[in-house]
Design a binder for this molecule. Structure first.
Ligand SMILES: [Zn+2]
Length: 74
């Protein structure tokens, strides 16, 4: 289970997470220009577009095979 907080603001959008190869890609159904991705193995985070910086984006992804881990992105 991966529970990721991308910022500390009050408005929260829950991101959709999909797997693209080794990358977990987070997109927001409410922010069409929002996109971040995280490497499953290294935890490397790439921000491709932040959308509105006022909005907290929370990504949630359940990993079917790997151990659960938490990622701090601050
Ligand atoms: Zn959003």
């Amino acid at each position: 289970m991966l529970d990721v907080k991308f910022s500390t603001n009050e408005d929260t959008h829950h991101c959709d997470a999909v797997l693209e190869g080794k990358w977990i890609v987070f997109t927001c159904s409410q922010c069409l220009d929002y996109r971040r991705k995280m490497h499953q193995e290294t935890g490397e985070m790439i921000t491709e577009s932040t959308g509105n910086p006022e909005i907290l984006h929370q990504g949630f992804y359940v990993q079917p095979r790997l151990q659960n881990f938490d990622a701090s992105l601050s």
